[in-house]
Ligand binder design. Structure first.
Ligand SMILES: *Cc1c(COP(=O)(O)O)cnc(C)c1O
Length: 361
């Protein structure tokens, strides 16, 4: 293989157990596996999390949920995005849980449910400050009543979503307060993503919806050492050459070699999902050493400075994300270099990069 990811399922189990033990997790864990399990590989990840104690799975939409069923995973599934009209019939047939925000969605789901002689199940979402899905707090009673009256609807409870429990605790507390009237209503509810779970904002929820932390990245520095990175990204060196002073490296010659600089070409590029923004920024690991990226990231190849690694040769394995000796590059670190967030680093890794699963039972 030229470039690949290794997915450590033992680390995933560890993170799932750690999050499950957090008071902020409430009575259960909904493992968020949207976007191909944050790029980690949907089915092996979901299967592992099901065995590690997740009671629910969360996907963005119905097309992501179906492969879970065809692969024999029977956990209840919550669709985190709003459903398109054309998706509702399949969702009701499958018994997936909707995220509802308004009366039109409730009425449409009820119509389809009656037609299929099945129940449409879902949670009514309240927008407490996310500005994405949900109804306003003052509409909640009316919508709950409507959901109760409409035939074929099974409203499982309420939900909300925090807009920045990692970065703005005061805003998160305000959202928590806005939702508080509903936590005493006797209805089941869920609210927390990874950051809100670690901050224990709603310890009495029916479950927390956890993604990021399961994959080993902590939204809060205090928990970083408790979570194990799950994904390692590697690629092989294809060629190594020594350059004379000032030789231009890569498109545009934005980097000029030092005299006698040894440069290796690595078989990975933005076509694999490595951010082009890493041009001239950051480094990779080789033989336990940091090797800076030189010049522009190209579609299939990058150049790295291996002057300090005499053993660098074609076929040698470079670590883009992961550990090598005492050095480690976390997805968070790469995200900082690329000016983005770990979620995007992972979900950007293309299907062209095979995922190898380690530590399965
Ligand atoms: C993606 C998502 C989550 C998970 O968030 P993390 O920060 O990855 O834990 C939770 N809830 C909703 C509604 C989401 O869309």
């Amino acid at each position: 293989m030229r470039t690949w990811c290794e997915i450590d399922l033992a680390a995933l189990r560890h993170n799932a157990r750690f999050m499950r033990r957090q008071p902020g997790c409430g009575s259960g864990l909904l493992a968020v596996v949207k976007a191909n399990a944050y790029g980690h590989g949907l089915v092996p990840v979901a299967r592992t999390l099901a065995k590690a104690g997740a009671g629910w799975l969360g996907t963005a939409h119905v097309d992501e949920a179906l492969p879970l069923r065809t692969n024999g995973i029977g956990l209840p599934i919550l669709l985190l995005s709003a459903a398109l009209r054309g998706e509702v019939e399949e969702i009701v047939r499958q018994g997936f849980a909707f995220t509802w925000s308004d009366a039109d969605e409730l009425r449409h789901a009820s119509r389809i449910a009656r037609h299929l002689k099945k129940n449409a199940r879902g949670f009514l979402k309240i927008d407490t400050g996310m500005g994405r899905l949900g109804c306003f707090s003052q509409q909640t009673s009316e919508l709950l009543q409507l959901a109760h009256q409409l035939p074929g609807l099974e409203c499982l409870g309420l939900s909300t979503h925090y807009a920045g429990a990692d970065e703005d605790i005061r805003f998160a507390r305000n959202q928590c307060r806005a939702f508080a009237p509903w936590t005493d209503s006797g209805l089941v509810y869920h609210t927390s993503n990874s950051a809100a779970t670690l901050r224990s904002l709603n310890p009495h929820a029916c479950f927390a919806r956890v993604g990021l932390a399961l994959y080993g990245c902590s939204p809060l520095p205090a928990f970083r050492d408790h979570l194990k990175p799950v994904l390692t990204w590697k690629a092989r060196i294809t060629t190594v050459r020594t350059f004379p002073k000032n030789w231009p490296i890569s498109y545009g010659g934005t980097y000029r070699a030092r005299s006698g600089e040894r440069i290796a070409v690595v078989a990975v590029g933005y076509g694999d999902g490595l951010f082009r923004a890493l041009t001239g920024r950051g480094y990779v690991l080789l033989a336990g050493r940091r090797c800076p990226i030189r010049g522009r990231v190209t579609m299939d190849q990058i150049m790295i400075d291996v002057s300090d690694v005499p053993t660098a040769q074609p076929g040698a394995v470079v670590t883009l994300i992961g550990r090598d000796g005492s050095e480690q590059i976390r997805a968070e670190t790469m995200a900082r270099w690329a000016g983005t967030i770990p979620y995007e680093i992972w979900t950007h890794i293309q299907s062209r990069v095979p995922r190898r699963f380690l530590g399965s039972r």
